[in-house]
Design a protein around this ligand. Sequence first.
Ligand code: APR
Length: 239
Amino acid sequence: MSEVHDAIAAIRNRRPQSVVVFTGAGVSAESGIPTFRGSGGLWRNFRAEDLATPAAFARDPKLVWEWYEWRRGLIREAQPNAAHRAIARLPDPLVVTQNVDGLHERAGSRDIVELHGNIFRARCARERKTIQAREPFDEIPPRCTCGALLRPDIVWFGETLPAGAMERAGAAIAAADLLLVIGTSGVVYPAAGLVALARGLSIEINPEASSISTACHFAVTATAADATPPIVDAIMEGR
Ligand code: APR
């Protein structure tokens, strides 16, 4: 495991220009949003794998929506933290996120690939049209105007990612001078496989070892809000 100053020294030495930031739930942990596999991530003792599936939704759409409404409530109250804000200071990064909380956009990032969708969009289970849905629903499970159930516009386990998302993320990561990996356990594919495509400098920020720590040049043992700002400062030096 590395310290922040090791990663900063490498940045100063290599002076990376093109940067891709790849994030998971850990980047939003200091905004008060529980991660999926850390302590506090369970809801009524259910894991994400138990609820974020087409089978769970078919079996009990009310239960699945109760979980999402709980998370939507937490996220509505959450604010972007110092990590989101630091990432938004980078001049032109591509932010590839597994998160569905929209906090990168609220912090000011503009070029974002949401690999797993967005918790404030819903989709008609019949017509597949999507709607913005930021406020709490009047009824759970919510229904489309056509009468069919609405589902969260989120990629569930076993479903395919948005068309072109992995291709765009993979091409950008392979071409980048620097890949910053922040707050992911690296256990959910295909997203986790993106890290192996890095050809430039790769730096992970995570207070714990993850499944991708050994794939990065530097695995900085720190939280996102602590380590991201000084690392972004080093990237911006001399720009
Ligand atoms: N700063 C940085 N990293 C943190 C912090 C923090 N403050 N707190 C926790 N972490 C790390 C944990 O050590 C863990 O490695 O964030 C990671 C969160 O891992 P997961 O909960 O597995 O979340 P993630 O990797 O984003 O999950 C991927 O799984 O459930 C699906 O679709 C869902 O997008 C999600 C995907």
